[in-house]
Design a protein around this ligand. Structure first.
Ligand SMILES: Nc1ncnc2c1ncn2[C@@H]1O[C@H](COP(=O)(O)OP(=O)(O)O)[C@@H](O)[C@H]1O
Length: 187
């Protein structure tokens, strides 16, 4: 889909600040895709649609988890985790984006997982480091992301796990698995 058309579609779904974040994620993802030789157009589209479901009604998203037979444990870790997985299905149904690679990147953008594709990694880390993010430690990740995207994703997962633990929040296991992957002997 043409970039301007895709942006106009998500703009209607998002608040102004979130839309501006989306544009910055898109710019960051395109740079990373060019650098790492990924499909630049898919990176653009996945970034544009990554937060498509962010402001959808929580009950509606919970119903999608059930009706699409997504992992039911998504319902137990807080509502913030729903918009990626549910969004990956909504963009197919509502916008006609039927592309497994793009949908996977949208699905996993908040938690990450082990065995991510290059596109999954690009969207996961672009969301974390886009220039508007002020998260402590984000500068360290920006400094190495063009040298080692796996290390960058690992650092983001580590920061996220530590942050959630400090706040006594539950940690969805996919993020632990992304963290563990780099440290385990058998990968
Ligand atoms: N593994 C996880 N388990 C539980 N919550 C998580 C996990 N990973 C991220 N989160 C939380 O989900 C929220 C949204 O994450 P974020 O990636 O910043 O979303 P967005 O891209 O929509 O801004 C954050 O509050 C973050 O702490």
């Amino acid at each position: 889909m043409e970039r301007e058309k895709a942006l106009a579609i998500v703009e209607k779904q998002l608040k102004k600040k979130r839309y501006e974040h989306t544009v910055r994620v898109m710019e960051t993802a395109i740079k990373l895709a060019e650098h790492y030789g990924a499909d630049v157009k898919k990176a653009e589209q996945a970034a544009i649609f990554h937060d498509y479901a962010k402001y959808r009604d929580v009950e509606e998203m919970r119903r999608w988890v059930i009706s699409e037979n997504l992992p039911q444990d998504l319902l137990e870790y807080g509502d913030e985790l729903l918009h990626g997985p549910v969004g990956s299905f909504m963009i197919e149904r509502e916008v006609g984006i039927k592309d497994a690679e793009i949908q996977s990147a949208v699905y996993y953008h908040t938690t990450g997982k082990r065995h991510m594709s290059l596109l999954d990694k690009i969207i996961y880390i672009a969301d974390y480091i886009e220039p508007g993010r002020k998260t402590p430690g984000v500068e360290d990740i920006r400094a190495i992301v063009y040298d080692d995207i796996d290390q960058a994703c690992w650092m983001a997962a580590q920061h996220t796990v530590l942050f959630l633990m400090e706040h006594e929040q539950p940690v969805y296991p996919d993020t632990f698995q992304l963290y563990n992957e780099r440290l385990m002997l058998k990968k």
